[in-house]
Design a protein around this ligand. Structure first.
Ligand code: 6R9
Length: 653
């Protein structure tokens, strides 16, 4: 499908959707011409305890980066996601929970939790937190499977003004420990075990291991999920079901400032330790809710399913906060796309009559590879809108998604955004934006993308442009700081290109003004939609005593989008072997988690370095991509001969 061929929304959809082309254009224009007025109006979509008078107070100026929205307003995010819906839709399902095992008896199969029930669960949970000494501003780490308690825990924190920091349950004990320490958490909420794809991860064991150094300082609240045996620390572990017996289901929401932190979410950067991305309460909620409504054309009564895990930002904004702020029915899925078989997604869509389905290109590619039969067995007529997120989607996968899953009837919204942005920045709106396979199309309201010439930092004014993607002005969902390190926030996002927010992504703008993300320009790789710093994998590798040096790059992978390619130089006296290779793979899994395991590991007697000792990743990337015809100038290398060896011994997949 050539770039210039548009897929137009049907006339009926354009008529019925929240926005048609004209509405989008008028609203977009208003949003960038007078952001104050636009967001003053749309800030009203949340219920404020004390209404805001100030709307926007933001600066990207070097040395003075400061982002505040609705700053004198007060609200409670949990009350916005629950209490305000009780009168009108107390008996409507808020959360549909679909367990890992579709036939599980002990899990009770799918659960439907109404807004009224959600209210009771969250109030009780909040009272349990209070009893454990948690209050406003305290950090709580959540390390849970995809069970309703994960949403209760998030909303309970929000209700009492505690700041949650979710750690994806696929992360190792070491990665968990680092995040607990980094935000100085008082409490960890976990489960005995996490069933996924028919296998169980021993979450509580990981917590115990993570807390070796603070063994009796950090409390732990445990949800009984599997009923397996766990090592219980009598003095500081608590069972949720026991603690809940002791509390009432009434808990008044705390009045929070718009700029009080709602959550911290650790995400990979190009250097050093993961960054604690901080999102605050008012602007984040306005933006998550508004994007959820417009991007998915969500309408009252519909069933919305985002397949992400709440451990990633997508789960925060589009499983919990956005949908619940809109009074939606949101589906939470504990399992994986291929268990019990590759038809699971479609089985769940049929069973719960899902209207909007939102997933990642890596899942689409994996399922596409299993054949159309798995899709065609199911009645998918309830589907209305399809979405993708996490990485660029190749047109082949886009077309399969459109044709086989959507039956050619469902607009696809390819949503580009980041942990840092809180919600969608580039995305089609179903009734308004003609789509092109592989393009995230046009900016959301209030978002001003610019394409800069990478070297000079000049904005390219022509419609057709290729360069780095920056954003010229703030939007309400923007992250506010890096937890405990505002300097790092400024340095990472506002120093390479002055007066802009630098996204770290490269992009192309075509003759129609459509944006095409070309991938990260920094040393961040995107494996199955999971963001990882090459530096993290490298430091895990060099922590092994056999490894002298390691360099990690991404390479195109047919299913994962990008795979991890590691070059490893061994310590003198250590010899390469298959055993050692396996040992290093297991080592990385343990240090970071299964998602960081290298797909290819090449023994490198030497790495290509400049005379100043900087590893030339450009060359390593080319070799990993098997594109060594295009290595470019290697004459500045301290020892150009290492390159020949690397090419010769390249790992073939
Ligand atoms: C939401 C999320 C952010 C990075 C981002 C970009 C890539 C996300 C994309 C996309 C092309 C899309 N990315 N959505 N690339 N098209 N629709 O994924 O957040 O985990 O922080 O990753 O993911 O490279 O910079 P996060």
């Amino acid at each position: 499908m050539p770039d210039d061929q548009f897929r137009h929304p049907s006339e009926a959809l354009a008529r019925e959707a929240h926005a048609d082309r004209e509405t989008y254009e008028a609203m977009y224009k208003a949003s960038v011409e007078d952001p104050e007025a636009f967001w003053r109006e749309h800030g009203e979509r949340v219920d404020w305890i004390k209404p805001f008078t100030q709307v926007k107070n933001t600066s990207f100026a070097p040395g003075n980066v400061s982002i505040k929205w609705f700053e004198d307003g007060t609200l409670n995010v949990a009350a916005n996601c629950i209490d305000r819906h009780l009168k009108e839709r107390g008996d409507q399902t808020a959360i549909i929970w679909e367990p890992d095992d579709p036939d599980s008896v002990e899990g009770g199969g799918a659960q439907h939790i109404t807004y009224q029930q959600l209210h009771a669960h969250v109030c009780k949970f909040a009272n349990v937190l209070k009893n454990l000494g948690i209050g406003r501003g305290d950090r709580v780490v959540i390390y849970l499977p995809m069970i309703p308690e994960a949403a209760y825990a998030m909303l309970a924190c929000a209700r009492i003004g505690a700041i949650h920091s979710i750690v994806f349950a696929g992360f190792s004990a070491d990665a968990l420990g680092a995040r607990i320490n980094a935000c100085d958490a008082k409490l960890v909420i976990t489960a005995d075990g996490a069933p996924r794809g028919g296998r169980v991860t021993n979450l509580k064991d990981n917590v115990n291991q993570a807390l070796t150094h603070d063994y009796d300082v950090v409390k732990c609240l445990v949800v009984k999920r599997t009923g397996q045996q766990i090592a219980f620390r009598e003095e500081c572990d608590y069972w949720l079901h026991e603690e809940q017996e002791k509390v009432s289901d009434v808990c008044e929401p705390e009045e929070m400032g718009a700029e009080d932190p709602l959550f911290i979410l650790y995400t990979s950067g190009s250097t050093g330790q993961p960054k604690g991305v901080v999102h605050t309460s008012g602007g984040y909620l306005v933006f998550a809710a508004m994007t959820h409504q417009y991007t998915f054309d969500y309408r009252a009564g519909e069933v919305f399913w985002c397949t992400a895990d709440v451990g990633w930002v997508t789960g925060h904004s589009y499983i919990v906060y956005g949908p619940l702020a809109n009074g939606a029915t949101t589906l939470m899925f504990e399992g994986v796309p291929t268990y019990p078989d590759a038809g699971r997604f479609w089985d769940v869509c049929e069973k719960h009559k899902v209207n909007q389905f939102y997933t990642a290109p890596t899942a689409i590619r994996a399922l596409m590879g299993k054949g159309d039969e798995y899709v065609q067995k199911h009645d998918l007529s309830s589907l209305r809108i399809l979405g993708t997120v996490g990485e660029p989607i190749n047109p082949e996968a886009w077309n399969w998604y459109d044709r086989v899953v959507g039956g050619g009837r469902c607009p696809i919204v390819d949503t580009w955004w980041q942990t840092e942005t809180g919600g969608h920045l580039l995305t089609p709106l179903p009734g308004a934006t003609p789509t092109k396979p592989g393009s995230a199309t046009l900016p959301f309201f209030g978002v001003q993308p610019v394409v800069l010439e990478p070297q000079s930092g000049e904005a390219i004014e022509t419609t057709e442009a290729e360069g780095v993607l920056c954003i010229a002005d703030s939007w309400p969902g923007q992250m506010r700081t890096v937890w405990g390190d505002h300097e790092r926030f400024e340095k990472t996002y506002f120093s390479d290109y002055k007066n802009y927010y630098f996204t770290g992504d490269g992009c192309r703008r075509d003759a129609d003004g459509y944006y095409w993300i070309t991938g990260r320009v920094d040393d961040v790789i995107n494996v199955s939609g999971h963001r990882m710093g090459t530096a993290e994998v490298e430091s895990a590798l060099v922590a092994h005593d056999a490894v002298a040096e390691a360099a990690v790059v991404g390479y195109p992978h047919p299913v994962k989008g990008q795979g991890i390619y590691a070059y490893v130089t061994l310590m003198g006296g250590r010899e390469p072997s298959d055993e050692l290779r396996k040992e290093l793979e297991t080592w990385v899994r343990k240090e970071i988690g299964p998602i960081a395991k290298p797909d290819c590991l090449q023994w490198a007697p030497g790495l290509p370095k400049t005379r100043s000792g900087k590893i030339m990743r450009r060359i390593l990337r080319k070799i990993a991509e098997n594109d060594h015809g295009a290595l470019g100038d290697i004459s500045t290398l301290a020892d150009p001969s290492v390159v020949d060896d690397l090419i010769e011994n390249r790992v073939n997949r």
